[in-house]
Design a protein around this ligand. Structure first.
Ligand SMILES: [Zn+2]
Length: 74
């Protein structure tokens, strides 16, 4: 079984690795590229990192919106 890369902290409801592979009952996932031996993940490394960075930006933006909303409410 291959170890896939997973940038997420919440691994509970991951059904698919970032490379597109469907995961089994006990998914082998790691946030450490040194432990990732899935060739697809390694091949898409740059894209996966870019996507994770995008997601992070989006979450930070959303939290900023939420903070502004709370301030407006208060
Ligand atoms: Zn993979």
């Amino acid at each position: 079984m291959r170890t896939h890369f997973a940038p997420f902290t919440d691994l509970e409801d991951i059904e698919q690795a970032p490379c597109g592979t469907w995961l089994g009952e006990v998914p082998e996932l790691s946030g450490d590229w040194a432990e990732v031996d899935c060739l697809l993940c390694q091949k898409r490394k740059d894209r996966i990192i870019a996507a994770a960075a995008d997601e992070e930006r989006f979450i930070v933006e959303q939290m900023g919106d939420m903070a502004a909303f709370m301030r407006a409410q208060g």
